[in-house]
Ligand binder design. Structure first.
Ligand code: FES
Length: 326
């Protein structure tokens, strides 16, 4: 996958705890265009409070066609245990600092044949939907936005107003947003698609409302930021070719394979990007899928797993084992 050498060309800290970053090509050249809803995976170096380097995905919010720079917005998070995560690193960057990233990747694009687009965001979950709004405004697509944010903490309010001709609805409490959402879910033309992004609990509510209103899951699209802290799980065995080794509680299959010298492609290490997918053999006793990438059908088939978050489920005799096919 190609890497981009970028430099911080602009910083905007106007909205409390939300930093907007403009990233320009380090060599002054051109940047690839991208599909609305795409994200950029930034290399976050190790440092004080961060034992190892990270690869964190951030939604792109700026112009997607022939951009001269990329723009992201990052909420400052207080990581559990006081460790310094990707958001702390972003909030410490200064103009002129170098940054490396993958080329943009898309997993949350607007559905082209949709007759209408209903967008529902909470908090920093507005970021991928800002680029959806740019797309809809450019191509004259029908779109409607419901946006939940704390009073005075809404991001991109001016852009949203411009892109929607002031038609977006903002809410400062969930009850009011859900009341409007229920109304809007029942009043959409056939062929409308629903897109939501925000905290997992919020998206669960939106999806539950859509299901209750009879929306098929194929017309409901979610953008996840990543998983909250995962259960460390029980130890299990893994076989890779002729080699068998144990994965300790709290250690991921990805980390264990890397330690054994296997190069497993990966980006997010949070079960989101799909990069670390492994094929599994018949000696696998069962898979505890905890990713946000595989479809329900993929998970039911039980012949693949995401190395960064999946673990083995025990068979009836108590053995928990994954057979990895390389
Ligand atoms: S590294 Fe992204 S899903 Fe595993």
């Amino acid at each position: 996958m190609s890497r981009l050498s970028l430099v911080v060309a602009g910083i905007d800290d106007t909205v409390p705890d939300v930093r907007r970053l403009v990233l320009a090509p380090a060599d002054g050249g051109e940047l690839p265009s991208y599909t609305p809803g795409s994200h950029l995976v930034l290399d976050v170096p190790s440092g004080p409070g961060r034992e190892r380097a990270l690869a964190n995905a951030y939604s792109l919010v700026g112009e997607s066609l022939h951009p001269s720079s990329y723009e992201i917005a990052v909420l400052r998070c207080d990581p559990r245990g006081g460790a310094a995560g990707g958001s702390a690193w972003v909030h410490a960057l200064r103009t002129g600092d170098p940054v490396t990233a993958t080329t943009p990747r898309s997993s949350f694009a607007p559905v082209q044949p949709a007759t209408r687009h209903l967008l529902v965001a909470a908090g920093i979950g507005i970021t991928p939907l800002v680029s959806h709004l740019r797309f809809h405004a450019r191509w004259g697509r029908e779109a409607e936005l419901l946006y939940l944010h704390r009073e005075g903490r809404g991001a991109f309010i001016t852009e949203i107003d411009d892109l929607t001709d002031g038609s977006a609805s903002c809410f400062h409490d969930r009850v009011s947003l859900l009341a409007r959402l229920r109304e809007r879910l029942l009043d959409q033309p056939i062929g409308t698609h629903l897109y939501t992004c925000g905290p997992t609990g919020f998206m669960d509510l939106v999806v539950a409302e859509a299901q209750a209103a009879g929306w098929p899951s194929s017309r409901v699209h979610l953008e996840h930021f990543g998983l909250d802290d995962l259960d460390p799980g029980e130890p299990f065995d893994v076989t890779v070719g002729e080699q068998c080794f144990e994965i300790a509680s709290g250690v991921s299959l990805l980390e264990a394979m890397e330690k054994q010298g296997y190069a497993v492609p990966n980006l997010c290490r949070q079960g989101v990007c799909g990069e670390c997918r492994l094929e599994l053999g018949p000696a696998t006793t069962g898979v505890w899928h905890r990713d946000l990438y595989l479809s329900d059908d993929d998970k039911a088939a039980g012949d693949c797993a995401m190395a960064c978050v999946s673990r083995a489920l025990p068979a009836a005799d108590g053995r928990a084992h994954l057979e990895v096919l390389l």
